[in-house]
Design a binder for this molecule. Structure first.
Ligand code: 26V
Length: 808
């Protein structure tokens, strides 16, 4: 893109305000400025967007489509400016116009179309695909409401609707002319044709239109613009339809409303699967519109038989949520393109690849067979046939697995098991960190692994270093560039050159100043939001992620209560002040998770105002944790809490973001923490607690007794008794549920078991922090090795091992 100068940008902003909005710059509000800049960026993007599409068509290249129910995009203005190469000049232009850049960026409402890691990963992948010149696009849903907005009232989480589309969304283009019709329900009729083959016709289906809204995905300074296409559900418009003599306008409205519900809101439950029919509708809506679109594109771009689809298309499904892509592609190939079963199956299983993101059994999707059959009769028939053939295949060709058929069947105990469907119907199955893939192979999916060993592979997650370092921490990025040059921006592995400076005291001093400045900024923000003053010299100890028992925010709280108890007994205790910072949303129906949020807030309200402890502890819960809040917190973190029960966190990506910004990890040997540890080495990370093998051994063989720990460890007993006696509650029974969950359910996530090693590890953290140079050295060492966790590396691995696409 041609570089606009600061002067040109200023002129364009001023003129555009006048001509588009009739506003003089002196009277312009931040919102006016925001839309004007977004529109300038769009004007720069549009020609390249067209150009990119044209190129992909001309070159006849293979494309990847990333199907995901979630894309957690966050804000786009600053990152689009960055990737277009306009950020510096535009910031300068705004400053010269007397405007506040931060306030202008803050006008944009986060696109919160995801729950957490899985959705943010999808957004990082799109950024890397475009930045590496790959033809790859996202398909998702344009939810009217994204993930709920969280308010904390009297310590409790309250959920409010996320009205993210109330102001016009600057980055989307509605493409009505490319709408696609989706069919639900109806009757399926089967005919035998003269040649003996079968033909299927559907009648009385409920039709819904899928309208695409396209969002440009801007590659980093390379003029590549890919597309994130989000589908919105609307009624089929036919003149006078639905208007019979008996029907009233409100029936029409009712009908319209029920259709719009399909893209109405994002399900906020990422911890348990409950088979809600609307969620199933959403999944099929995404899948059917996307697959139809992909086939249409293929036919437009290539003059070849659909049998060659795998040469030109690969579809990655983000978890099982879009796994109906398998029967949907089969349906289109057979019923519309007249493929035989075998030909359709051959194509489908060469096109679809599946990523697994969790082994938590509660989250594994299973749909009641009756529900699927009623909503999607033809799709159900196809799944049934896939299942029959699969089970027969085992029976005849894999006698060693015969008795395992009930555990492997796609349809079993009246449920359709989506992970099994996804494995059987795809050519690649990947986990998202080494340990996670190993557990899939050895445990969770071992039977399938024995059947299809070549399908299983690992792709350790990554994050885009452009957003998570360059954009969110410009001071650190600048310092890095000053010392090792700018090559790391294109090749993040070159951050490794920082190793030469881990003992360079003048560099470390500058690094320290950057961290300090970032901490001051966060402290100001915290003061602004909560009224609480935090000491920017204290250790910023950060845990930001969805609230879930397995992520063990509770262990963190127990540490805080322990320290508080210590300080109450000995107020002069020599300790470095700590600021514990939390951000976490709980699924609205997840009672225990909400109790933990309340506990954090109640502990905060006691600790933060207790004069006895002389400000040595502060506990901050920042409400409504989302991408934009993460962007503020991460550059200021000293400690990154990654303390899941080993074996439970598939990968984690917050661990990578914080490492890249110089925070040190306190973590278990779980997910990608293990790969972080392998790189930085034991001296540069704080590892504690049970290993995955130990955890799994306890689960299978017993031998853990939480009550023993309660009885023998005074610190633990004191904390649990404090909860049981309502010491942190406003009434006596508050927090009893937490107490009983640990003692009556034998502490299912090993909080008590890992308590002591966790406390001891934090003592080591404190010791390390006292030695400033050592700490800074560790911190820079972490940044130096963080290049491996750029999603550019991850995407390159997907490309080489799975997608086999070429850069354009
Ligand atoms: C699960 C479900 C269950 C059914 C209802 C709707 C719903 C929506 C989302 C999810 C997501 C569960 C899986 C997930 O988010 N996994 C996370 O994926 C991250 C990216 O790979 C990874 O870093 C985290 O460790 C993993 O927990």
């Amino acid at each position: 893109m041609p570089q606009l100068t600061v002067e040109e940008l200023k002129e364009r902003i001023v003129n555009k305000l006048k001509t588009d909005k009739g506003i003089d710059i002196l009277d312009a509000q931040n919102k006016d400025i925001y839309y004007v800049i977004a529109s300038i960026v769009n004007e720069e993007i549009m020609p390249h967007w067209l150009e990119t599409q044209k190129k992909y068509k001309e070159k006849n290249c293979k494309q990847v489509y990333y199907l995901s129910m979630e894309f957690l995009v966050g804000r786009l203005l600053e990152s689009n400016l960055l990737n277009c190469g306009m950020l510096e000049h535009s910031n300068q232009a705004l400053i010269e116009l007397g405007l506040n850049t931060e306030q202008i960026y803050a006008v944009e409402h986060d696109a919160g179309l995801g729950n957490g890691g899985l959705g943010r990963l999808a957004a990082c992948f799109l950024d890397s695909l475009a930045s590496l010149h790959y033809p790859g696009h996202g398909f998702g849903i344009r939810y009217r409401y994204g993930l709920f907005e969280q308010r904390i009232i009297h310590g409790n989480q309250i959920e409010l609707p996320d009205y993210w589309l109330n102001d016009h969304y600057a980055w989307e283009t509605r493409k009505e002319e490319e709408a696609i019709c989706i069919h639900f329900h109806g009757d399926v009729h089967m005919f035998k044709k003269n040649d003996g083959t079968l033909e299927f016709k559907y009648e009385n289906t409920d039709k819904v239109m899928a309208i695409p809204y396209d969002i440009p995905v801007v590659g980093y300074k390379n003029d590549v613009i890919n597309t994130l296409r989000l589908w919105s559900a609307e009624p089929v418009f036919q003149e006078g339809n639905h208007l019979t003599e008996e029907s009233h306008y409100y029936h029409v409205l009712d009908h319209q409303h029920s259709i719009e519900q399909i893209s109405g809101f994002l399900y906020p439950d990422d911890s348990s699967h409950d088979g809600k029919v609307l969620r199933l509708k959403q999944q099929y809506f995404l899948v059917s519109s996307s697959i139809q679109n992909i086939i249409k594109n293929f036919k437009q771009n290539h003059q070849m038989s659909l049998k060659r689809l795998p040469e030109k298309v690969v579809i990655q499904i983000n978890d099982t949520h879009p796994s109906l892509a398998i029967p949907e592609l089969m349906r289109i190939l057979m019923d519309q393109e007249h493929f035989s079963w075998d030909d359709a199956w051959e194509v489908t299983t060469k096109v679809i690849a599946y990523t697994n993101h969790t082994i938590m059994s509660e989250a594994l999707e299973k749909w009641p067979k009756g529900m699927l059959k009623h909503l999607l009769p033809r799709i159900y028939m196809i799944i049934d046939e896939i299942n029959e053939r699969f089970c027969k295949g085992i029976w005849f060709d894999h006698q060693e697995l015969r008795e395992k058929i009930p555990e492997m069947a796609i349809i079993a105990d009246d449920q359709v098991h989506m992970a099994r469907l996804a494995i059987v119907g795809s050519f690649s199955v990947n986990g998202v960190a080494r340990i996670h893939t190993d557990i899939l192979k050895k445990k969770e999916m071992n039977l399938f692994y024995s059947l299809y060993p070549e399908r299983f592979n690992n792709k350790t997650n990554g994050i885009t270093h452009r957003r998570w370092l360059l954009q969110v921490n410009p001071k650190l990025a600048g310092l890095i560039t000053d010392i090792i040059g700018p090559q790391w921006i294109q090749r993040p592995k070159q951050l490794i050159s920082l190793l030469k400076y881990t003992k360079d005291s003048s560099f470390l001093e500058k690094f320290d100043q950057v961290k300090r400045k970032n901490k001051q900024l966060l402290a100001d923000f915290i003061h602004d939001r909560t009224g609480i003053l935090v000491d920017d010299q204290s250790i910023f100890d950060v845990q930001i992620k969805r609230l879930h028992e397995y992520k063990r925010q509770l262990l963190n709280v127990f540490h805080i209560i322990y320290l508080y108890n210590e300080l109450k007994e000995n107020p002069n205790l020599d300790m470095i002040p700590r600021t514990f910072i939390f951000g976490a949303k709980a699924a609205p129906s997840y009672h225990l998770a909400k109790e933990v949020i309340k506990l954090i807030n109640k502990v905060a309200s006691i600790v933060n105002y207790d004069q006895d402890i002389q400000g040595k502890l502060k506990v901050i819960f920042l409400e409504n944790y989302n991408v934009s809040l993460a962007e503020r917190i991460i550059p200021a973190a000293d400690i990154s809490e990654q303390i899941s029960t080993a074996s439970k966190e598939a990968s984690g990506t917050g661990n990578m973001k914080m490492m890249m910004n110089g925070a040190l990890t306190v973590g278990t040997l779980d997910g990608a923490n293990i790969e972080i540890k392998d790189l930085v080495g034991d001296p540069n990370i704080f590892i504690f607690g049970l290993t995955a093998d130990e955890v799994l051994h306890y689960y299978h063989h017993g031998g853990y007794n939480a009550t023993d720990i309660y009885n023998t460890d005074d610190r633990v007993r004191r904390i649990l008794d404090q909860l049981n006696h309502g010491e942190f509650g406003s009434h006596e029974i508050e927090f009893k549920d937490i107490y009983y969950n640990i003692l009556s359910h034998n502490d299912p996530y090993f909080v008590l078991k890992d308590f002591e090693p966790y406390i001891e590890t934090h003592e080591l953290v404190e010791q390390a922090y006292r030695d400033k140079l050592t700490w800074l050295n560790m911190s820079v060492t972490n940044i130096a090795y963080s290049g491996k966790f750029s999603s550019d590396r991850t995407i390159q691995e997907y490309v080489t091992d799975i997608w086999k696409i070429k850069p354009v």
